[in-house]
Ligand binder design. Structure first.
Ligand code: NAD
Ligand code: TYD
Length: 337
């Protein structure tokens, strides 16, 4: 059995990872540590909660005492660190929690993992650490790190910190840097779920600036499969870019969503641009494809429709989020604020 500490497993990507991997691997014993911030939701894990080799703990990755206790009690030998504050717009409104969780929290995990001599530490990073591209080119693993938002700079810090633990202490660290994800259970503050939900509610769809910023989209299942491949077979001390070569302008996505929902483009509202808005992201994932044999299984056309349909079929999930009902439930269950 591999005792794996998965952090942030009640969030979008982490919960999809757990829901998928528990059905693929019966040699994984997953301890999911999540603070249950506004973005964490145990409803995402209904499929996994009854599994024998799964356990949930509510807590903060920055709580050194708790982390030490978990490593000791569960004999943790592997870590996959998904936990983070993840939304650029929130980081612009207030950056402190981003540095607390993403930098200091990751430091606690790394130090504890070092003390307990873990066999693998996978840091889930992002292509946003590379900054912004012009019209041409793609991010490779050798592209200069150049983050522009408080969010991406906090992720770059944790990513480089993890690498420094490999170089300094020989810790078995691997890093993944993925592009924008979409799929089920994504919190409705991010572009795709926000636009789907607003369209379903006949509300305006706020498009920042001219709507021509480009993101490189990947279906969450493809990201998670790549993460697991890097976790199992990635070379220590290495960075792996993950992306599915699906560059889209924001306005194209918004129109596609409206079109699929038979809603009018009159719902589009161009609003003030995000400060420091990165213009274009595009990932070169040649390394993971050629060295580890990964390739995306889902086409954008197929998976975006699957995603829109998921939000149509799971109205209760997002309606409860919007109404704050889950938060109330968790604060009673776990006595959080
Ligand atoms: P998310 O915001 O949906 O989930 C984050 C989870 O972390 C939540 O469950 C939250 O409760 C938990 N968390 C936050 N602070 C914590 C703390 N201090 N201690 C313990 N748990 C805490 O984010 P996501 O979209 O699922 O992203 C997961 C990871 O993937 C992040 O590290 C993010 O930077 C990275 N990433 C995301 C994308 C994307 O497109 N969403 C792309 C590339 C990389
Ligand atoms: P987002 O989902 O926040 O991801 P990120 O900023 O990490 O790439 O945003 C994706 C793109 O969509 C980004 O260019 C900003 C834009 N956007 C809007 O135009 N309107 C919105 O309401 C949001 C949330 C994002």
């Amino acid at each position: 059995m591999k005792n794996i500490l998965v952090t942030g497993g009640a969030g979008f990507i982490g919960s999809n990872y757990i829901n998928h991997i528990l059905y693929e691997r019966d040699d994984y014993n997953i301890i999911n540590l999540d603070k249950l911030t506004y973005a964490g939701n145990l409803e995402n894990l209904k499929k996994s909660e009854t599994k024998k080799n799964y356990q949930f703990i509510q807590g903060d990755i920055g709580n050194a005492e708790l982390i030490r206790f978990i490593f000791e009690k569960y004999k943790i030998k592997y870590v996959i660190n998904f936990a983070a504050e993840s939304h650029v717009d929130r980081s612009i409104l207030g950056s402190e929690i981003f540095f607390k969780t993403n930098v200091l929290g990751t430091n606690v995990l790394l130090e504890t993992a070092r003390y307990f001599e873990v066999e693998k530490f996978l840091q889930v990073s992002t292509d946003e650490v590379y900054g912004s591209l012009g019209e041409e080119g793609k991010f490779s693993e050798n592209t200069q790190i150049s983050p522009n938002s408080p969010y991406s700079s906090s992720k770059a810090s944790s990513d480089l910190m993890a690498l420094s633990f490999y170089h300094t202490y020989g810790m078995p660290v691997v890093i993944t840097r993925c592009s924008n994800n979409y799929g089920p259970f994504q919190f409705p503050e991010k572009l795709i779920p926000l636009m789907i939900i607003n369209a379903l509610n006949n509300r305006k769809l706020p498009v920042y600036g001219d709507g021509l910023n480009v993101r490189d989209w990947i279906y969450v299942i493809d990201h998670n499969k790549a993460i697991n491949l890097v976790f199992e077979e990635g070379k220590l001390g290495e960075v792996y870019n993950i992306g599915a070569s699906n560059e889209m302008k924001n306005i194209q996505i918004v129109k596609l969503i409206l079109n699929h929902l038979n809603q009018s483009e009159d719902l589009i509202q161009f609003v003030k641009d995000r400060p420091g808005h990165d213009r274009r992201y595009a990932i070169d994932s040649t390394k993971i494809q050629s060295q580890l044999g990964w390739k995306p299984a889902f086409s954008f056309e197929q998976a975006i429709v699957k995603t829109i349909d998921w939000y149509i079929e799971n109205k209760l999930w997002w309606q409860r989020i919007i109404s704050g009902e889950y938060q109330k439930y968790y604060s009673e269950q776990y006595k959080t604020n």
